[in-house]
Write a protein of this length. Structure first.
Length: 420
């Protein structure tokens, strides 16, 4: 058995041809991999690398996937390599950039719990430093491993937010379903998951207050001027304050399933807004102020009581998705055909009996839903939509369907029910 002592808390032993790490004489874990797969001709790729975790990304594979036998490394050589790595790590004040995250943070936590004062002094600092680096794999590891919530939630809240934002979040705490502090909810906001808050360059950029039975829009939110994403779905909000104009950086706003009947004219000031969902509310009139939001790419107004679409809809030249299912729409404006960027148009479950010829100009349209309306004729303009892939026209009063498949070669889905 060979042994290498790094300090009084940390040592390595070669036992049965395996390198084991000991923390305060207790077996911690076996070393499984080495950072060795850097070819000389690829060395320049690592010039900007600031941590082993970034090098892993360049190598494009997990460091654990490569078997050491492939490199003909004997157990004793591997042992001394591990000793060298951990010794350098310790001499650099346990700088977690020098080891892979799955090794550095667990060892540092174990050393802290074992009473190593150096480790204890740098532990939180290392968590915050690596979290702020923004490296996705490191951030995800720290969150899922509980390092943020258990060891650095308070420090991160203060580090990431301005004092004004901290004050506002404390007020918003009263809207939470539990008495949990907002700090408990610190997390990065990924596309596939919605967390309570999102940070972007030390600014609060995302906030979710869903399903909290809010009766009114929390006015404090209008002070969070760096917000880019705001989710207030599944509440009981009846109106928005005029101060909404202050959220000029807002790109995504979701207020689905509330009790809104109107929107303030000030919402037209949100010029950065790209996505707005007010599905399942109480609108009887299409909020015309929305037609001034010229950067909108998604607009959802489904499941309301809207009867007409304003002619000014044509102002939304960048709109790609328009969702108006389950309203009371009877008439479509000719100007709808000027939305040249439109890719998805959902008009199902309305009272539409005629589709204007101008919609034949929607050359970008890929999906059209007009099922469950009062149509009696299959509109000729459909034959001009060469990019149309999905057409839903069932449950109307159309008696005859020409061979649409042959006329529109791009169609992948054609849902209809021909009358007999």
């Amino acid at each position: 058995m060979k042994e290498f002592k790094i300090n009084k808390f940390l040592k390595l032993r070669l036992e049965n041809d395996k390198t084991n790490i000991y923390v305060k004489d207790q077996l911690f874990r076996q070393c499984k991999f080495l950072m060795i797969n850097i070819e000389p001709n690829n060395a320049s790729n690592f010039d900007e690398v600031t941590s082993i975790d970034e090098a892993e990304k360049i190598l494009d594979k997990s460091l654990e996937e490569k078997e050491l036998e492939e490199f003909d490394i004997r157990p004793e050589e591997e042992f001394w390599a591990h000793c060298s790595n951990l010794d350098a790590w310790a001499k650099h004040q346990y700088d977690t950039r020098l080891l892979h995250r799955t090794l550095a943070f667990p060892i540092l936590r174990a050393l802290t719990e074992a009473g190593d004062q150096v480790a204890k002094a740098v532990f939180k600092e290392e968590i915050i430093k690596r979290f702020e680096s923004g490296h996705p794999n490191v951030v995800r590891y720290l969150i899922r491993g509980g390092y943020i919530r258990k060891y650095a939630k308070k420090e991160l809240l203060e580090a990431f937010l301005e004092s004004k934002e901290v004050s506002i979040l404390k007020k918003l705490q009263t809207f939470s379903k539990t008495d949990m502090e907002i700090a408990e909810e610190i997390d990065i906001f990924y596309e596939e998951s919605h967390y309570t808050v999102k940070f972007d360059k030390n600014k609060l950029s995302g906030l979710e207050l869903r399903s909290l039975n809010l009766k009114q829009f929390p006015i404090e939110i209008t002070g969070l001027v760096s917000l880019k994403k705001l989710f207030l779905d599944y509440n009981a909000i009846r109106s928005l304050p005029g101060e909404i104009w202050q959220l000029k950086n807002l790109r995504e706003l979701s207020l689905a399933s509330n009790l809104l009947e109107t929107l303030p004219s000030e919402i037209s000031s949100l010029k950065s807004l790209e996505s707005l969902s007010v599905n399942l509310n109480k609108f009887k009139v299409f909020p015309e102020a929305l037609t001034e939001l010229k950067n909108l790419k998604y607009l959802g107004l489904a499941m309301n009581q809207i009867c007409d679409i304003p002619e000014s809809i044509e102002n939304l030249r960048d709109l790609r998705i328009l969702v108006l299912n389950r309203n009371r729409i009877c008439r479509l404006p000719e100007t709808l055909g000027n939305l040249k960027s439109l890719e998805l148009l959902h008009l199902g479950n309305n009272k539409i009996d005629f589709i204007p010829e101008s919609l034949g100009k929607l050359n970008s349209l890929k999906e059209l839903e007009v099922q469950s309306n009062y149509l009696t004729i299959l509109p000729e303009f459909l034959f001009k939509l060469k990019n149309l892939k999905r057409l839903y026209i069932s449950d109307n009063n159309i008696n005859h369907f020409p061979n649409l498949k042959k006329k529109i070669n791009s169609l992948e889905v054609f849902s209809y029910d021909e009358k007999k």
